[in-house]
Design a protein around this ligand. Structure first.
Ligand code: FES
Ligand SMILES: [Fe+2]
Length: 368
């Protein structure tokens, strides 16, 4: 692994990782597993109803103790390798053939706890003490605005989905997503929905905001026209939800989207310099009726179109840097999302300020 990738993975471990919604952990024994940059987390509701997070690493020889993305453990977590078992609070219940080991303290040899925070019902974990403050602190300047989307009810989950690996560096995907200057030209449906007043704000203290109030009028495209029609039919209290999409970006690779019909997230996970997986999920309203379901279907359709368009832009942006004619960029004031994201990247990776790529094996020295 290059030093650059190591440092990025090291940083990723210190930043918050989205681990789901509390509605996915409603019953005793319900669990979620997430992973990033070689680290694995297990979040589980105990018999005392407390939700806890652990490293998904057996204390015997390090196997995952749970191997599914989600599920329910009746009363015991049993490691699939040699059968060590753990209570739902993470303490060791027992080792298989215990007499062949020295006496094992149940707490000391329990699953290693992990830092976890539940914010507006959304569960975050991180693997190492972070560079960032708590999620609540990080997002507190948006709390009032986000509450306008979340106060009406609890959300229900849709499964977290991952794309198959894209042959793109993760930053190329993020660079495209970090600015809305391309919306009028590249995203006809988004432009029809909110192109007139959409704007991005720069990353400040690791968080950015983009606000997309809907255009006046009914909409030119079929999906936009019908989406707005469905939103117009929302009844109380959902008709008070903002007629706007709000995006909150969390450095380095994470976006939350708040819509009248749903809440979404997406996150780029780098597998290597050239490979990225995008994970994401849509959360629907718990009291979703037919009209709201149709609205969510239409917003997902609009989003899917925009994602396919962004994917193509990311491929073209990634290949641009390989051309001998490429001389760097000229950024508009409407692209300060890109600029401020790179400012933050340069802070943790000074080597990125160099005009010429250092020779292989010299990245660590160049980064000092
Ligand atoms: S690695 Fe889990 S029981 Fe051996
Ligand atoms: Fe885009």
């Amino acid at each position: 692994m290059s030093y650059l990738n190591w440092k990025l993975k090291n940083f990723s471990g210190k930043s918050w990782l989205w681990a789901g919604h509390i509605s996915e952990l409603a019953e005793t024994g319900d669990y979620q597993c997430v992973e990033m940059a070689n680290e694995r987390a297990l979040i589980i509701r105990g018999e005392d109803c407390v939700v806890r997070a652990f490293h998904n690493v057996c204390r015997h020889r390090g196997s995952r103790v749970l191997d599914s993305a989600e599920g329910m453990c009746k009363s015991v977590i049993s490691c699939p390798f040699h059968g060590w078992s753990y209570n739902l609070d993470g303490s060791l219940r027992g080792a298989a053939k215990a007499s062949t080991f020295p006496a094992l303290d149940r707490e000391k040899w329990g699953l290693k706890p992990l830092e976890m925070e539940i914010w507006h019902g959304f569960v975050f974990v991180r693997f190492k003490p972070g560079l960032q403050p708590s999620v609540a602190n990080l997002l507190d300047r948006f709390d009032e605005e986000i509450s306008r989307y979340l106060h009406v009810d609890l959300l229900q989950t849709a499964p977290i989905e991952c794309t198959s690996p894209e042959n793109i560096n993760w930053k190329s995907i993020r660079d495209v997503d970090n600015e809305g200057y391309h919306v009028p030209r590249a995203h006809p449906s988004l432009n029809d929905l909110y192109g007139n007043k959409y704007y991005d704000e720069p990353f400040v203290n690791g968080v950015s905001r983009s606000y997309a109030p809907f255009n006046e009028g009914s909409g030119r495209l079929w999906s936009v026209r019908h989406y707005k029609k469905m939103i117009d039919k929302f009844t109380s209290p959902y008709n008070e939800l903002p007629r706007a999409w709000l995006y909150i970006g969390i450095f380095p690779n994470f976006v939350l989207g708040f819509y009248p019909d749903s809440v979404i997230f997406y996150q780029e996970i780098p597998f290597s310099v050239k490979e990225t997986v995008i994970r994401g999920a849509t959360y629907k309203r718990a009291e979703e009726n037919r009209t709201m379901r149709l609205a969510r279907y239409l917003s997902e359709r609009i989003d899917a179109t925009a994602m396919a368009e962004d994917r193509q832009l990311s491929i073209m942006w990634y290949e641009a840097m390989k051309s001998c004619a490429y001389e760097g960029v000229m950024l508009s004031d409407l692209e300060y999302g890109v600029r401020t994201h790179h400012d933050a990247l340069r802070e943790i990776l000074p080597v990125m300020s160099q005009e010429i790529e250092p020779p292989r094996g010299m990245v660590a020295e160049s980064n000092n």
